[in-house]
Design a protein around this ligand. Sequence first.
Ligand SMILES: *[C@@H]1O[C@H](CO)[C@@H](O)[C@H](O)[C@H]1NC(C)=O
Ligand SMILES: *[C@@H]1O[C@H](CO)[C@@H](O)[C@H](O)[C@H]1NC(C)=O
Ligand SMILES: *[C@@H]1O[C@H](CO)[C@@H](O)[C@H](O)[C@H]1NC(C)=O
Ligand SMILES: *[C@@H]1O[C@H](CO)[C@@H](O)[C@H](O)[C@H]1NC(C)=O
Length: 411
Amino acid sequence: MVNSGGGRGTVEACLVLGIACLLALSGVQCDLLHPHRRLASEAVFDITKFEAVADGNTDNAIALIRAWKAACNSIGAAKLLIPRGQFVAGEVLFTGPCTANKPITIEIQGDLLAYDDPSAYTGGAWIMLEKVDGVVLKGGGTINGRGQQFWKYGKSKDGPPLPVSFVFQTVNNARMSNLNFVDSMGFHIKVTDSNNTDIRNINIRAPGKSPNTDGIHLSSAINVNITDSIIGTGDDCVSIGHGTYNILVARIICGPGHGLSVGSLGKRPTETSLKGLTIINCTLVGTTNGARIKTYHASPRIQATHIYFQDIVMEKVKNPIVIDQHYDSKRRPEQSSVKLSDIHFRNIRGSTISKIPVKLNCSSIFPCEGVELANINLIPFGPIGPLKSTCSSAKFFVKGKLNPPAPTACA
Ligand SMILES: *[C@@H]1O[C@H](CO)[C@@H](O)[C@H](O)[C@H]1NC(C)=O
Ligand SMILES: *[C@@H]1O[C@H](CO)[C@@H](O)[C@H](O)[C@H]1NC(C)=O
Ligand SMILES: *[C@@H]1O[C@H](CO)[C@@H](O)[C@H](O)[C@H]1NC(C)=O
Ligand SMILES: *[C@@H]1O[C@H](CO)[C@@H](O)[C@H](O)[C@H]1NC(C)=O
């Protein structure tokens, strides 16, 4: 069950000890009297030692949960290992808090395949990590939601809940890198009620026609970085929901899909405000939207402020720059009470397939304020004629050159 590592573990342990001593010098308490705990190498909890079988068929959910519990409840450094092979699993809940050293590691080398029967999922998640402080997820493996069975339900409200492939719920100090996600049932990754999350070098792939397969969705999450990833799905590549603070999205290649979106905000009465989002150095290819903010009609009174869309390249994008505060306006006639302010669209260039690539359509009861349009250069892809910008209920200002020109008026 527990493999002891070789010399490398000892080197790492020495480094840890060294850092511990530095911390001691700087006044932080140091466990120098019990160095054996620090010197013990990482314990590996391999799911195949917990009766998981890589036959591409058996439901290994119980084995995964048992291996996690052993890792989480161990003493010292611990790693849950999903080795090479095809492991099918139904609903999996990895719950903390853990006694193992922080951070605990989850290494996915093989393929995790969702159990192929929609009735096996009772909640909103396939794999959920919950109440854990300090976790590293890595390994180069693939998390395959096999969502085809769910996509036929489309946006219908009567279908089963659409399980998210991987949910971070009340998880602090998480790092996820070098993993592949394909064909989720619902979203691919969701981070919620969490602080300090770093997601990088992730590859997410689902068909452009698969509904609700957002790449990464955030809500009630603070201090999140999402970087250096390639995302192509049937919905938003990254969507930033309510209750988010200090978010960086950088160096993402997005497409196909619905683009990089703020929202939808204001659907439910309990939603809270969004503050501090930078989306920078991204490329969108063939998406329906580029830089988008969308809010519902008849929303609670919240704010979304301090938002930067900067240095973004668009290729054949339908709506490169769009604020739409009129979501679901037919069923919810009352205007949106989401106040948008301090919104920046800077250095956005490339090609579009729409005659109106810049649309600012804000709430008439809470107009947008402080919208910056700076250095925008969008050219038509194909013979679609001259381009223009439109605007409604927004106070905006212009810097540098704008192509198409800024809206002439904004009632
Ligand atoms: C969020 O996490 C950071 C880093 O661990 C920590 O410094 C900060 O206090 C946390 N914030 C909250 C509100 O918990
Ligand atoms: C995000 O990146 C910035 C630097 O760009 C860094 O200061 C910050 O600590 C990072 N936050 C997380 C959650 O990794
Ligand atoms: C964005 O790209 C510019 C130019 O390459 C670079 O200077 C800057 O550090 C990048 N920022 C991020 C957060 O990727
Ligand atoms: C704003 O959206 C409303 C509702 O969809 C639509 O009727 C109106 O024409 C739009 N205005 C602009 C300027 O795009």
